[in-house]
Design a binder for this molecule. Structure first.
Ligand code: FAD
Length: 400
């Protein structure tokens, strides 16, 4: 393999190029990035950055002066607009065609917007550094904030805004937030966390529209009520950035469809990170994971797939994420369903310092920790080993 093109220069793409060089790939390595910033870390955007506690140059994923050694042929500020599979070429927005032997797709996701909000000032999404800087500057005026969606990003924005002393209302269509990620019991614990910090949480309602002609003045809800707001942050999820691949012949299904080695359905093409839907052999299901740790691990695995070909080891991660809200570090490993059995094995929900384990058919399927990072480590290992629930409970009893 002589020429590798990586499209997307964020976490998965950067970890991919670093892995290629570390593993001795000495051919040409082209990195295409739509954003003109140096690759930066997204998790602090909804946390320290919008609170004004960190600056953009403190978010770099790699020191500024450490790029030369990667010997990148970098197309910064350029978007890939098409893929010519038969010719093995990526087409850029300026018409340039980049020929490749290997292609790593790491274009991540874009924040979903609410229809009809494009022209309305004061309505924001949060995905990029520029989004976060725009929100930070809007927060300086001390606005009344409405957050649409109580997923992790919406919850973190709400927490940050409360930490800044602002009035915050969160609107969530589900009856309990985060049911899909951590189940109803722990979703309710997250709701209580926000309520205790003074967030007005409105669950089971959706957004009907907005009042205000040029600038948002209020959010209209499906139950007929209205929330006065000067700033609205929409956190209703992410859509994978696959628009540029449509019609190319690459299999797409809410992401780039990959096998268990991150390989797409075309020779020399792999995908990683938020954009990749892959067959996870550990779970026997296809999944697309939007977490930081996953983007790192899959970026590395996809790079290894380019170098090792079909001999590459299957990529079989246990999903893991964290979220920081107020003074609580929430960490979760595994994959759960709303009807999984759940047991708090260390601490208690009331003291907001606990570990809860999730079980299905006698197996440990998830572990959630609030402010107990050290204790989670052992359960993450047990999840990788596909331990029984009984073994996990025995471990909990031993370490209590
Ligand atoms: C505000 C925020 C907070 C988060 N907090 C946490 C957290 O606390 N914990 C956690 O586990 N995860 C968190 N995440 C998720 C984590 O940051 C993502 O999973 C991770 O960034 C995914 O990396 P990626 O490289 O796959 O995609 P992205 O980071 O989305 O990067 C994709 C890159 O590709 C570029 N691109 C897209 N299309 C094209 C194109 N056609 N041509 C060229 N370039 C293109 C994009 O501009 C972007 O730079 C958070 C995410 C956000 C947005």
């Amino acid at each position: 393999m002589k020429r590798i093109v990586v499209v997307g220069a964020s976490l998965a793409g950067l970890r991919g190029v670093e892995t290629l060089r570390r593993r001795g790939f000495d051919g040409s390595l082209t990195l295409v990035s739509a954003e003109s910033h140096l690759p930066y870390d997204r998790p602090p955007l909804s946390k320290e950055l919008i609170r004004g506690e960190r600056e953009p140059d403190q978010l770099l994923l790699r020191p500024k002066d450490a790029y030369d050694e990667l010997e990148l042929d970098w197309r910064r500020g350029h978007r890939a607009v098409a893929l010519e599979l038969a010719e093995r070429r990526v087409v850029l927005d300026d018409g340039e065609r980049l020929a490749y032997d290997g292609l790593l797709i790491a274009t991540g996701g874009a924040a979903r917007a609410l229809p009809g909000t494009d022209a309305l000032r004061g309505v924001h999404v949060l995905r990029t550094l520029d989004d976060a800087l725009a929100i930070r500057s809007a927060l300086e005026a001390g606005p009344r904030v409405a957050v649409i969606g109580a997923g992790f990003i919406g919850s973190e924005v709400a927490a940050s805004c409360r930490q800044l002393g602002l009035d915050v209302t969160v609107v969530e269509a589900l009856d309990v937030p985060l049911v899909g990620s951590i189940g109803p019991t722990m979703g309710a614990a997250c709701a209580a966390l926000h309520a205790d910090h003074g967030v007005a949480l409105r669950c089971g309602v959706s957004v009907d529209g907005f009042d205000g002609s040029e600038r948002v003045e209020a959010v209209r809800l499906s139950d007929g009520s209205r929330i006065d707001a000067d700033l609205v942050v929409v956190g209703i999820g992410v859509r994978p950035e696959t628009g540029w691949l449509e019609g190319s012949g690459l299999a797409l299904d809410d992401g780039v469809v990959c096998d268990a080695t991150c390989a797409a359905n075309a020779p020399g093409v792999v995908a990683a990170g938020d954009v990749a839907r892959f067959a996870n052999p550990r779970f026997g299901e296809s999944m697309r994971i939007e977490h930081w740790t996953h983007a790192v691990e899959q970026g590395m695995a996809a790079a290894a797939r380019l170098l090792d070909g079909e001999a590459a080891a299957p990529f079989a991660p246990v999903p893991f994420f964290w979220s920081d809200q107020y003074d609580v570090k929430i960490q979760f490993a595994g994959r759960v369903r709303p009807d999984d059995e759940i047991r708090v094995v260390h601490g208690s929900i009331e003291e907001r310092r606990f570990v809860a384990l999730y079980a299905r058919a006698g197996r440990l399927v998830g572990a959630l920790a609030w402010n107990r990072p050290r204790q989670l480590i052992g359960y993450r290992r047990m999840l990788r080993e596909q331990a029984s629930f009984e073994a996990a409970l025995a471990q909990a009893a031993r370490s209590s």
